[in-house]
Design a protein around this ligand. Structure first.
Ligand SMILES: Nc1nc2c(c(=O)[nH]1)N=C([C@H](O)[C@@H](O)CO)CN2
Length: 118
C-alpha cells in the first residue's frame, strides 16, 4: 500500500461543548494519510489517476469551515466519511488536533483509522 499524505492543514470552525465556544471560531489542524497505489498515477503521469491532495485539502477546508459540531470526534468521523465517499479512498488515517483547547498542553486531539487498505 502506498500513501498520499497531508500534514498541518489549518482550518477554523465553531467547535466545542461549552457555551463560550459556540460563539467563536477555533483553530484545528489536520493530518491525513490516504491509501493509494501510486504506480497508477506514476504510470500515466495524470492527475486524473492520482489521489489529489490539493482537491482534498480544499474540500476539507470548506467543509470544516462550515461545520458547527460539539466534539472533535464527530468532525473527524464526518471528515473521514467525506473523503472516502467523494474521493474514492479505501483507507485513511486522520489526526485532528485542537491546539488551543487545553492551555497547559501543546495540543489535544483524536486519531482515527477507517476502511481497508488496498
Ligand atoms: N474527547 C473530547 N474531549 C473533549 C472535547 C472533545 O471534543 N473531545 N471537547 C472539549 C471542550 O470543547 C474543550 O475543547 C474546551 O477547551 C472538552 N473535552
Amino acid at each position: 500500500m502506498d500513501i498520499v499524505y497531508i500534514t498541518g492543514l489549518q482550518a477554523e470552525a465553531v467547535i466545542g461543548v461549552y457555551e463560550w465556544e459556540r460563539s467563536i471560531r477555533q483553530q484545528l489542524v489536520l493530518d491525513l494519510e490516504l491509501a493509494c497505489d501510486c504506480r497508477v498515477a506514476a504510470s500515466s503521469d495524470s492527475i486524473e489517476d492520482a489521489v489529489d491532495y490539493d482537491a482534498i485539502s480544499g474540500r476539507l477546508l470548506a467543509y470544516i469551515g462550515d461545520s458547527e459540531f460539539q466534539l472533535i470526534e464527530t468532525l473527524a468521523e464526518r471528515a473521514a466519511e467525506l473523503v472516502m465517499r467523494e474521493f474514492g479512498v479505501s483507507w485513511l488515517r486522520l489526526r485532528l488536533a485542537k491546539p488551543g483547547a487545553v492551555a497547559e498542553a501543546a495540543s489535544v486531539g483524536v486519531v482515527i483509522e477507517r476502511g481497508q487498505p488496498g
